[in-house]
Design a protein around this ligand. Structure first.
Ligand SMILES: C=C(O[C@H]1C=CC=C(C(=O)O)[C@@H]1O)C(=O)O
Length: 474
């Protein structure tokens, strides 16, 4: 990888871009060689959701990521190169793919933000194999977008990743890239004019055939727990909804970010008409300048209707032995796995409450210092799936999940996120999510089952967890 220092002229004019790309092509040594030229530019603050709406095409890969509370959002549009792979070495294959891409990438332009450089967007499924004949996503999809647009507060930026080989028509590539730059810049200052609320007001029909199956799954799981085969399992439920018109992904994301500013809002489009989206409160890992944070998040209660009732629910949650056990399984697992990697994780001794719009959780953030030798995907391969979405012991819990759940999880409860070339990364766990296709969506939510769990209460918890998505679809 070559990183060229900040250029004083910063591609402000068409001819400069044209000359630069011609030079890149001339510098290729032989006719098979290709390069990825990654150009980053500061632009006025833009709403990346507007860019997603205007520039993403349904038949191309795209990815959207937002943390409304931090005023951070990013849209990744189309792929200049991508990998799809299955099997238990998927994380390693993804790591190798990224290294190969970076090997032939030249990075130029502005560099004052960690998102002003090429990012790899990663979409993994819950399991490393799929059994459906036409799965919406393969076990690993990693892509470098053609265009990436971000906003953080009042700053904005774009990254264009261009593939250049001896055969590339540089005139056409320059024209296309220049048009993209202009289109993005035209949306400048769109933070003030975020998406206007449209008149999209469809009605919804819920198909929920499997609620008894969920409860009987919980009863069977309790038997396994009683027989000491497992100590925890997370069982999910899936409902299908039919909406009276084609679901607007952008509208749905817009509602989610307004109503759930404390969650990660995300959407992954497979380029085949299916979009996996949601509002997840659960960070798997974030790494910034070598500082890692992972969330142990498990144990749930509703929000109260008054501050007093809310505090009561929070106290009950923290003092419930059953909920604490559910939480502790996750904390212990993450800490143990990070130690296996040679890291020294540190967590507060007393867990906290993470209050969300309609639910609250027991939460312990875990911190560790990561050396550059440890790749983020190595960490993810050891952490996923945590007992917040699988169970204890992991392998046996996963086998029973497949047996009890009458659907394939796909991206539900799986790692989704991005990585840059310096090892900064951010991955969430894809819970509180839905797979959208046309006028239909499958909504997913799960609950941790331990000794003392009650099937009716777990089902009620799942209904609560499904609400944000149900409400955002209409
Ligand atoms: C598996 C889910 O939530 C996890 C995260 C937080 C709390 C959880 C719980 O209390 O069961 C779950 O472990 C889900 O929302 O689908």
């Amino acid at each position: 990888m070559t990183v060229t220092p900040l250029r004083p002229h910063r591609f402000q004019d068409y001819d400069e871009l044209h000359q630069f790309l011609l030079l890149c092509q001339q510098n290729l040594h032989h006719k098979e060689q290709s390069k990825i030229i990654s150009i980053s530019l500061e632009v006025p603050a833009i709403d990346p959701l507007v860019i997603l709406e205007k520039m993403a095409q349904p038949e191309r890969l795209s990815f959207y990521w937002e943390q409304p509370e931090k005023s951070e959002a990013i849209a990744a549009i189309d792929a200049v190169t991508y990998l799809t792979v299955a099997g238990d070495s998927r994380f390693q294959a993804a790591e190798e793919f990224m290294a190969e891409c970076l090997e032939k990438t030249t990075i130029v332009g502005d560099k004052n933000h960690r998102w002003l450089e090429p990012l790899f967007f990663c979409i993994f499924t819950f399991l490393d194999r799929v059994t459906q004949p036409h799965p919406p996503f393969l076990p690993a999809t990693v892509f470098l977008p053609k265009l990436q647009v971000f906003r953080r507060g009042n700053t904005g930026g774009l990254v264009a990743n261009l593939k250049v080989d001896k055969k590339t028509n540089i005139d056409a590539l320059t024209k296309q890239t220049w048009q993209q730059f202009q289109l993005v810049k035209k949306q400048g200052n769109s933070v003030g004019n975020r998406l206007t609320k449209s008149s999209y007001k469809p009605s919804i029909q819920i198909v929920d055939r499997e609620s008894d199956r969920f409860k009987s799954g919980v009863n069977s799981a309790l038997e396994l727990i009683k027989n000491n085969q497992i100590s925890k399992i997370v069982l999910a439920h899936c409902i299908e909804v039919i909406v009276s018109e084609k679901i607007s992904v952008v509208e749905c994301l817009n509602k989610l970010r307004d109503r759930h500013p404390d969650c990660y809002i995300f959407a992954a489009n497979n380029g085949k008409g299916q979009v996996f989206l949601g509002a997840s409160p659960e960070r798997l890992i974030s790494i910034k300048n070598g500082q890692l944070i992972a969330d142990a998040l498990a144990g749930s209660a509703p929000r109260g209707k008054t501050p007093t009732q809310d505090a009561e629910f929070a106290n009950l949650l923290l003092s419930s032995e059953k909920e604490r056990r559910e939480h502790h399984a996750v904390l212990e697992f993450i800490t143990d796995r990070l130690q296996k990697l040679g890291l020294t994780p540190q967590a507060a001794e007393v867990p906290q409450i993470l209050p969300l719009a309609n639910i609250q959780h027991i939460w312990t953030p875990i911190q560790a210092q990561v050396t550059p030798k440890v790749h983020p995907l190595q960490i993810i391969s050891l952490l996923h799936p945590t007992p917040a979405v699988a169970g204890t012991p992991t392998k046996i819990a996963c086998q029973h999940i497949r047996r009890f759940e009458p659907f394939e999880r796909g991206l539900y409860a799986a790692p989704l996120g991005w990585i840059n070339h310096q090892g900064d990364a951010e991955f969430i766990v894809g819970i509180r999510s839905a797979l959208v296709e046309g006028d239909r969506a499958k909504l997913y939510a799960g609950a941790g089952i331990v000794a003392g769990s009650d099937p009716e209460q777990e089902f009620a918890e799942i209904q609560l967890k499904l609400q944000p998505l149900l409400k955002a679809l209409v």
